[in-house]
Design a protein around this ligand. Structure first.
Ligand code: DCP
Ligand code: CA
Ligand code: CA
Length: 373
């Protein structure tokens, strides 16, 4: 085959980050916390107050209470109505799973980056259009809010680095779009610490070399940065200061999915009209799952209405299966649920998918719980 230099494909990446995550979840499940400063604590158990703050809601942050601070110190800063709560990780992990599962249906590829954030590649889904990406992000935020009551902030950019920086610009409930030609201006006024991975030590070393802004950093030579930080980090900083990041999303096995989605011959207003269509979708999906030689545990559906708004629902089954009937029955129920919940819904496109795979020759699936990035 003749060698062909392929132009690197333009990408559109979302970074979705939940707002004051642990504290927001507590606010949602305990309405009596409304309006009060809330601090979620990771108690070490040594003495009553030993341990660190996991996170604080915005009212508590206004008092100067932040993640990582010793609890005893936070208590000194607290007002009389500040509520201190112990961390409940198993519950937060469940909310996290729901959010990630909503994100899955809005992306071509997903990388869970921590308990409260994920990168989504939406290039294909949005036909490389930032306008479509903006609408998709609005729909995703709405879907997450409806399913979990949690607000998230979304950064949209040409790579993971820009998307990640962008998601932190407007919080809470924010959205920041940075197109490729806007990257330079977007970064120009920022301090070096806005670059992910630039912590206190790096910041100090840069500052000792009179580099304080990202613009300053972009004016340094690669040689100098490699000399100061070594090859890997020097290269990273050199590229990051220019908004360059070609790293791919790292998709974990349990987030891989198969789905089939099509525009229906006629728009549908109830499940009964979808029977034949659903059967053919499920058969095709089942065939693809069989080829991959996997069982699956979760069935999901995607529904797109005549205004091109996207909805999704997912059901995790009691046990793993590879049955086409299970896909069909579950998908049908999920569509029924959407029609019942959304009065007046007129569906144009519909899809069915499966996630949560288990290789057929593998006995158990080990899932790592989570990490804080
Ligand atoms: N976390 C923690 N200890 C830390 C930092 C974070 O336990 N030192 C936990 C609590 C946070 C969650 O991880 O809710 C997510 O961390 P983020 O850094 O994304 O912070 P928040 O979501 O709390 O706030 P923000 O709205 O700024 O994203
Ligand atoms: Ca967060
Ligand atoms: Ca985060």
């Amino acid at each position: 085959m003749a060698e062909q230099k392929t132009k690197k494909q333009k990408r559109i990446i979302f970074h979705v980050d939940c707002d004051y995550f642990f504290a927001q979840i507590e606010e949602k499940r305990k309405p009596e916390l409304s309006g009060k400063p809330v601090v979620v604590c990771v108690y070490s158990g040594r003495t009553a107050d030993s341990g660190a703050v996991g996170t604080a809601n915005y009212a508590a942050r206004a008092l100067g209470i932040n993640s990582g601070m010793p609890i005893a110190f936070a208590k000194k800063k607290a007002s009389s109505d500040t509520i201190f709560l112990p961390i409940d990780l198993p519950y937060y992990a469940k909310v996290s799973e729901k959010i990630i599962s909503a994100c899955l249906h809005f992306s071509d590829k997903l990388q869970k980056a921590s308990i409260d954030e994920a990168f989504l590649d939406v290039t294909q889904k949005c036909n490389e259009s930032y306008q479509k990406a903006r609408q998709l992000a609005i729909d995703l935020k709405k879907e997450i809010l409806e399913q979990t009551g949690i607000t998230v902030s979304v950064g949209i950019g040409p790579n993971k680095l820009i998307a990640k920086i962008a998601s932190g610009r407007k919080k809470p409930d924010g959205m920041t779009v940075v197109q490729e030609n806007e990257v330079k201006n977007f970064l120009a006024g920022m301090l070096v610490k806005e670059i992910p991975g630039v912590g206190k030590k790096t910041e100090e070393l840069l500052s000792a070399n009179r580099i304080t802004t990202i613009k300053d950093l972009s004016e340094e030579s690669l040689e100098k940065l490699v000399k100061l930080f070594g090859k890997a980090k020097g290269n990273y900083l050199f590229n990051a200061s220019r908004g360059i990041d070609e790293s791919e999303l790292e998709e974990s096995a349990d987030k891989k999915r198969l789905s089939v989605i099509r525009t229906m011959k006629t728009d549908c207003t109830e499940v009964a009209q979808m029977n034949e269509y659903l059967e053919s979708l499920c058969t095709e999906l089942h065939l693809r799952a069989s080829k991959q030689n996997v069982f699956f545990k979760t069935v999901f559906i995607i529904a797109i209405d005549t205004h091109l708004e996207t909805f999704s629902r997912a059901k995790t089954l009691e046990s793993k299966t590879d049955s086409v009937d299970t896909i069909f029955v579950t998908a049908k129920k999920l569509f029924e649920e959407i029609f019942t919940q959304k009065k007046g819904l007129i569906l144009r496109r519909a899809g069915v998918g499966v996630i949560n795979f288990l290789e057929k020759n593998q006995k158990t699936s080990q899932k790592s719980l989570f990490d804080f990035a």
